[in-house]
Design a protein around this ligand. Structure first.
Ligand SMILES: NC(=O)c1ccc[n+]([C@@H]2O[C@H](COP(=O)([O-])OP(=O)(O)OC[C@H]3O[C@@H](n4cnc5c(N)ncnc54)[C@H](O)[C@@H]3O)[C@@H](O)[C@H]2O)c1
Ligand SMILES: O=C(O)C[C@H](O)C(=O)O
Length: 344
């Protein structure tokens, strides 16, 4: 389909039945914000598009995929919330999808099957991410980029190199989405610590694959007196959380629903930061000087320009210090693999 506008339906901005809109418009002016989802018709993309349609901070939602976009865009566009939804279905329409975007979320690419590592996705996903980032550099160089496509430890460095080559790189605007690791760590911790899950906070640092995922349960709140054995088991479960889902889905892909939830939380934090909401803090895989590695996930303060501040690791237990040293060689090599791919 050549026409770039597959579906464009303005939401019912005056509908008295919309609680979301009443909340959004009652007392404060909400700025216009465009969010683009690249890979919007996929397992993550569909649920994430739904969740972004429910977000009152979004005024324009651009849904892009190389397959099945019209149906997803038409479907999501019928929801009576603030944002206007437009679907874009081919490479020729990617520029229009990106134009004016404040936040670009990328869940495009293939997922794992049982027995695969995230790095096994590199050969296909590296090229997909590179192409999409070239288009971002051209059409919305100032957007905050939320990279979901795996292997995140390599796709973020690929994006950075593409942007450097285009002369648009701003490390404050590039994020690897590691929120799902935090979501899992919170859930698993709450179960063992017997505390209300909604009150739990756990930083997760490092990267997003196996042992590079390092949850800092010594800093978890509310505090609980968990044994070393339980902490070791919680750490392993968090590191293997993706594999747990891949195996349960038995060949039908990897985490999509929990990832969409996590992606929506992270994009919402980016939008809040852009809108000047103070003290918005999330963990993310960003350019970093927290360790000697050029990219590293840690807590990040978000603001009007993206990353306001990359926060340090805080005090680590001996177990976490050991985990930190163990993860560095693997993370380093994944970062270097991404850089090499993009610069060759
Ligand atoms: N960061 C994380 O925590 C996390 C969590 C879960 C999954 N993932 C990763 O997210 C990616 C997507 O997973 P999924 O389950 O949604 O896969 P999926 O196969 O269900 O969906 C991927 C979508 O990407 C689309 N696509 C492929 N090439 C594209 C391109 N060039 N431009 C636009 N769209 C394109 C496909 O058409 C498809 O609709 C995988 O790489 C997966 O490993 C990351
Ligand atoms: O495990 C995967 O392959 C997908 C994702 O990275 C996850 O953590 O669920």
């Amino acid at each position: 389909m050549r026409n770039s506008m597959l579906r464009s339906i303005k939401s019912l901005t005056t509908s008295p039945s919309s609680h979301v809109l009443r909340r959004g418009y009652a007392s404060e002016a909400v700025p216009e914000r465009k969010v683009a989802v690249l890979g919007a018709a996929g397992g993550i993309g569909q649920s994430l598009s739904l969740l972004m349609k429910l977000n009152p901070l979004v005024s324009n939602l651009a849904l892009y995929d190389i397959a099945n976009t019209p149906g997803v865009a038409a479907d999501v566009s019928h929801i009576n919330t603030r944002s206007e939804v437009v679907g874009y279905a081919s490479d020729a329409e990617l520029g229009k999808a990106l134009e004016g975007a404040d936040v670009v979320i990328i869940p495009a690419g293939v997922p794992r099957k049982p027995g695969m590592t995230r790095d096994d996705l590199f050969n296909i996903n590296a090229g997909i991410v590179k192409g999409l980032c070239e288009a971002i550099a051209k059409h919305c160089p100032n957007a905050l980029v939320n990279m979901i496509s795996n292997p995140v430890n390599s796709t973020v460095p690929i994006a950075a190199e593409v942007f450097k080559k285009a002369g648009t790189y701003d490390p404050k605007r590039l994020f690897g989405v590691t929120t799902l690791d935090v979501v899992r760590a919170k859930t698993f911790y709450a179960g063992k610590a017997m505390v209300p899950v909604a009150e739990v906070n756990v930083p997760v640092v490092g990267g997003h694959a196996g042992i590079t995922i390092l949850p800092l349960f010594s800093q978890a709140t509310p505090k609980a007196n968990l044994s070393d054995e339980v902490i070791t088991a919680l750490t392993k479960r968090t590191q293997d959380g993706g594999t747990e889902v891949v195996e349960a889905k038995a060949g039908k892909g990897s985490a999509t629903l929990s990832m969409a939830y996590a992606g929506a939380i992270f994009a919402d934090a980016c939008l809040k930061g852009l809108n000047g909401v103070p003290d918005v803090i999330e963990c993310s895989f960003v350019q970093s000087t927290v360790t000697e590695l050029p990219f590293f996930a840690s807590r990040v303060r978000l603001g009007k320009n993206g990353v306001e501040e990359v926060l340090g690791l805080g005090p680590l237990s001996d177990f976490e210090k050991e985990g930190l040293e163990k993860l560095k060689p693997e993370l380093k090599s994944s970062i270097e693999k991404g850089i090499k791919f993009a610069t060759q």
